[in-house]
Ligand binder design. Structure first.
Ligand code: ADP
Ligand code: MG
Ligand code: MG
Length: 208
């Protein structure tokens, strides 16, 4: 997987976030402040513009630029969290022009660790971690069983979508939704939903 692959992933993520912007904001209206889709769409729109102007020449440089731009443009809780995830992914990749499937898995794992270090959320707290953690686990399992990247990222995306849906009965223990206490139960977490969108974009691009 080269720089063009990662660029395609980010562009596909931006397209899907734009398409699902109102749905994501609606999820955040139920248990937050109704800005998650708007926040993320603003960030990914800026990322696509920045990448078009700069064309970074390694996957690491590209993911770092994605992270920096998301931190600058998204705001809220999710901006620093997603920004950190992409920057931590970047740090694992060195100057390599090609990333192996195992390297991608290690990078995603580092991204997840960055989110958890910054936000202190565990699985079950009703956050993006509930989509990201099962996705990384499933990706690793599939690759260890010898799956092709297409199949393994597809399994990871399915796990992320299932993880996002599994936040519906949870009570939020982190972020703005936690202020609602028991009233946060019964709604899908917006950040888990957007994480599933970004992982679905990854699988889409890997299947091309
Ligand atoms: P804000 O809540 O500041 O308006 P957003 O609406 O953009 O930010 O993002 C909300 C999402 O951020 C939540 O749905 C949740 O998934 C994620 N989030 C919030 N706090 C944390 C945290 N401490 N750890 C992990 N994810 C978090
Ligand atoms: Mg919000
Ligand atoms: Mg907000």
């Amino acid at each position: 997987m080269d720089t063009a692959f990662f660029t395609a992933w980010i562009e596909e993520s931006a397209r899907r976030v734009a398409a699902e912007k109102d749905w994501l904001t609606g999820l955040d209206a139920a248990i937050g402040d109704a800005d998650h889709g708007t926040n993320l769409d603003r960030g990914f729109t800026a990322v696509v513009q920045t990448l078009a102007a700069k064309e970074p020449d390694t996957p690491a440089a590209l993911l770092n630029l994605v992270g920096v731009t998301l931190i600058r443009k998204v705001g809220g809780a999710s901006g620093p969290l997603y920004g950190t995830a992409f920057r931590e992914m970047s740090k694992t990749l060195g100057d390599d022009a090609e990333v192996s499937p195992a390297g991608l898995c290690d990078a995603l794992d580092a991204g997840l660790a960055g989110v958890q270090k910054l936000g202190s959320a565990a699985e079950g707290d009703k956050t993006m971690v509930d989509a990201l953690a099962p996705a990384v686990r499933e990706l690793r399992r599939a690759l260890q069983e010898g799956a092709e990247p297409r199949e393994a990222t597809g399994a990871a995306a399915s796990a992320a979508r299932a993880g996002a849906k599994a936040t519906i009965p949870m009570q939020a223990r982190r972020g703005r939704a936690s202020y609602l206490g028991e009233r946060s139960v019964g709604h899908e977490d917006p950040g888990a939903a957007s994480a599933a969108i970004i992982l679905t974009a990854l699988a889409t691009v890997a299947a091309r």
